[in-house]
Design a protein around this ligand. Structure first.
Ligand code: LMR
Length: 393
């Protein structure tokens, strides 16, 4: 039986981890996978997470199963973090999931159950794993134009033109903030226009929010989600705690489904059912830490402070890189790097140029020229800037 299996394509992002490790060069630079690193190249455990873990050790009395939906306190805390007070509680169904990927996977399965012929509209480009999971589930996908490779900004006119074709029963997948892989994001008025268009077409929005707090701030990064949630009757939200709590390997996320209050009971039951089919109970450790942090004013304040330091650090690396590139290129054509938000920017380079960065300079980024800003520090920014010009980007 197993002999009939065909090799599956390697994940292009995760593949880089192995390649980078195997590279013997001492001065190599890893701008690949979306993991935050401080100036020393370390992905630290956040202070509040450490403190919560210590407390948890003292107070945890059982490792017995949690609920199929996870702990209600976690679901409530996540809904409040993402949605603020934009939505009444009687519209919210929510389950804990294994990370943001688990939330996306459960959302896609929910869509397939509710609307078997749904086309899921995804941005061109999007996080490659969106496409991979949708393909694995045999779901219909269409891409909407999103990124203008010349300006490195959102091509909003093209996006709206394409999304006008989405129909009721279809799903439009949006990135809540810090678009992955481009770093180019919608403005407030653009979110409003998207909400209006979705209202007209009847397509259901699904919002993947994996970087809340990494762009313009915790509240600011949620403003698009909140607007859509307050304006449209049904919304799916896949939220990740991997990055903003730095608990990548704990696999902590939530799938939130907003519906008419009359549909809430069945929606919540279906989310729990889907958890049961796929993995039974969601992981608890990370979810518990997140709950403790969000519900304890002192832990929460310290977490928000550290997250803000992380965000501002990435912003200043963006500024520095844009300046170094201006010096190295003698032009303003890299100004977009300071405009983009979040962990990533897409340079808009050809695959051969990305390959040369790797082979000639030991600089690793995803083949579509997505670079992880957090992989840089003050010393490596000028090195990257010179390498970018050297390979002719
Ligand atoms: C990324 O895009 O690099 C991260 O979201 C990690 C992953 O799972 O791909």
């Amino acid at each position: 039986m197993l002999g009939t299996l065909k090799p599956q394509p390697a994940d292009k992002i995760l593949m880089l981890i192995g390649q980078f490790k195997a590279d013997p060069r001492k001065d190599k630079i890893d701008l690949g996978v979306g993991v935050y690193k401080n100036a020393d190249g370390v992905t630290p455990v956040m202070r509040a997470v450490k403190a919560a873990e210590k407390q948890l050790w003292e107070v945890e009395t059982t490792k017995s199963y949690t609920g199929l939906a996870g702990e209600p306190e976690f679901n409530a805390a996540m809904a409040a973090l993402v949605l603020g007070d934009a939505v009444a509680a009687d519209r919210i169904s929510s389950v804990a999931t294994p990370g943001g990927t688990g939330a996306c996977r459960q959302a896609f399965e929910l869509i397939r159950m509710a609307s078997p012929d749904a086309t899921v509209w995804v941005s061109d480009p999007t996080w490659p794993n969106h496409l991979s999971i949708l393909k694995h589930l045999g779901m219909k996908v269409r891409m909407y134009r999103y990124f203008d490779n010349d300006t490195r900004a959102v091509d909003f006119t093209a996006m709206m033109e394409d999304l006008a074709q989405a129909k009721a029963g279809d799903v439009v997948l949006l990135h809540g903030c810090c678009h992955n892989p481009t770093g180019a994001n919608l403005t407030g008025p653009e979110w409003r226009a998207v909400a209006d268009l979705l209202g007209k077409t009847g397509a259901t929005p699904m919002i993947d929010i994996a970087y809340q707090g990494f762009g313009d701030g915790l509240e600011e990064d949620a403003s698009g989600v909140r607007l859509i949630a307050s304006r449209l009757p049904e919304v799916l939200i896949a939220a990740s705690c991997s990055k903003n709590f730095g608990i990548y390997r704990e696999r902590t996320g939530a799938l939130i489904a907003l519906s008419d209050p009359a549909a809430k009971e069945v929606t919540q039951g279906t989310l729990a059912y889907l958890n049961r089919q796929n993995f039974s109970f969601p992981p608890d450790h990370g979810a518990r830490l997140v709950t403790m942090i969000l519900n304890d004013p002192a832990l929460r304040a310290d977490w928000a402070k550290e997250l803000e330091e992380v965000r501002l650090g990435m912003l200043s690396l963006r500024e520095q890189l844009a300046q170094e590139l201006q010096k190295a290129s003698g032009s303003d054509r890299f100004g977009f790097i300071a405009q983009h938000r979040g962990m990533f920017s897409r340079l808009g380079a050809a695959p051969e140029q990305v390959e040369r960065l790797k082979t000639e300079h030991g600089i690793y980024m995803v083949g579509d020229s997505r670079l992880n800003i957090a992989g840089l520090n003050a010393n490596t920014v000028p090195i990257l800037a010179r390498a970018i010009i050297d390979v002719g980007i």
